[in-house]
Design a protein around this ligand. Structure first.
Ligand SMILES: [Zn+2]
Length: 365
């Protein structure tokens, strides 16, 4: 096992779940000769792992990703000062409280980030060696959201390796990871599963869900819209059934059809109205949808099959026929630029309005 693994690939394909499983396998203390596969889920170490109490697992994830940890580990994360996350979700109450602290409000908004002081403490704690004599594992996801200071601390510990410590780093976007960190890790590209395979998995995942009635093509549509990433498709489908209107995923799920409907109108896009309706959804998800839509228009312009929104194929083909591709590329670049700041946009609504009017210009005669 190398000292640092960097698992990378598209969001929503199961990298984090894989990383958790890998960590548990490495910490499992079952006798290899007698046991079949690791993790055994029975030994003391496995039980600790599953209740979130294993002292040699440190999970560094922002608050918005915490629910990706096994439920029990999430409780452990709340208890232990080593298990770190970000602030609690934003609520009107929280905002009122934080308004009193002049330096804090800005921090509170960035719940998509991994908190800095906690990151530093976690990374430095890797130096103390293992509690149980086996591996000490630090799991970080998404690595690209680590702040610069913490990334530097990580770099430092990667440069001074400690035997029996393992960094499992997970990134959705490798291009955003510092090259100096990348070069000190063993890179493992995680592939997107085949479409058929993903559909079978999704079907099985959704089968046991209560009150879940799916239209004939709903699973396929969700998978396509999420670029073929099955876990993202599952979360998307389940979010539609939830009534927690503060959950970012649910806000995103509600906003997506409104945005798609508006985009499909091309030159007649009701941009002001659209921005008003959707600006509270996570900016990153809105940008993602716009990128996918533009990508489909571009492929349609080259007379190829659309990847993300085949069910909107007719509208996309029509839009592709009237699109000014130079304008389209201009907006594409703007979207990439906007994604750099997606976790701390200054004013989502104003920026959205600007992007949507630029979209309108693609179709202006
Ligand atoms: Zn075990």
């Amino acid at each position: 096992m190398p000292q640092a693994l960097l698992l990378h690939g598209q969001a929503g394909i199961g990298k984090f779940d894989f990383a958790i499983h890998l960590a548990q396998s490495l910490l499992c203390e079952a006798d290899l000769l007698s046991a079949g596969t690791k993790p055994c889920k029975q030994c003391e170490a496995c039980r600790w792992f599953e209740t979130g109490n294993h002292p040699d697992l440190i999970a560094l994830v922002p608050q918005t990703y915490r629910k990706k940890l096994p439920h029990a580990a999430l409780e452990g994360l709340e208890k232990s000062s080593e298990m770190l996350g970000d602030e609690e979700p934003e609520s009107p109450k929280l905002e009122a409280e934080s308004a009193d602290i002049a330096t804090e409000p800005k921090e509170k908004k960035q719940s998509g980030f991994i908190r800095m002081e906690q990151s530093l403490a976690a990374i430095q704690s890797m130096g103390i060696g293992s509690h149980r004599g086996g591996y000490r594992v630090l799991l970080i996801y998404p690595l690209e959201l680590l702040r610069v200071e913490a990334a530097n601390a990580l770099l430092k510990s990667l440069e001074e390796p400690n035997p029996k410590t393992l960094f499992i780093l997970v990134a959705d976007r490798l291009d955003r990871v510092m090259p100096t960190i990348r070069s000190r890790c063993q890179l493992i590209a995680m592939p997107r599963p085949m479409r058929e395979e993903a559909l079978i998995w999704l079907q099985a995942q959704l089968e046991g869900q209560k009150n879940l009635k799916l239209g004939p093509h709903e699973i396929e549509n969700a998978l396509d819209e999420q670029g073929g990433a099955p876990l993202a498709a599952r979360d998307f489908i389940l979010a539609k059934r939830s009534d927690n209107d503060k959950d970012p995923l649910i806000l995103a799920t509600a906003a997506t059809p409104i945005l798609l409907e508006a985009l499909s109108k091309g030159r007649d896009i009701p941009w002001l109205e659209c921005a008003e309706k959707i600006h509270k959804a996570p900016y990153s998800s809105l940008l993602n949808t716009m990128q996918r839509w533009l990508s489909d228009i571009q492929t349609a312009a080259q007379a190829k099959q659309q990847r993300y929104y085949p069910r909107h194929a007719k509208q996309i083909d029509a839009l592709a026929a009237q699109a000014n591709l130079i304008q389209l590329m201009r907006l594409w670049k703007q979207l990439i630029e906007a994604r750099r700041h997606e976790n701390h946009p200054l004013s989502t609504r104003i920026q959205l309005e600007s992007l949507l009017t630029q979209y309108q210009q693609i179709f202006e005669a």
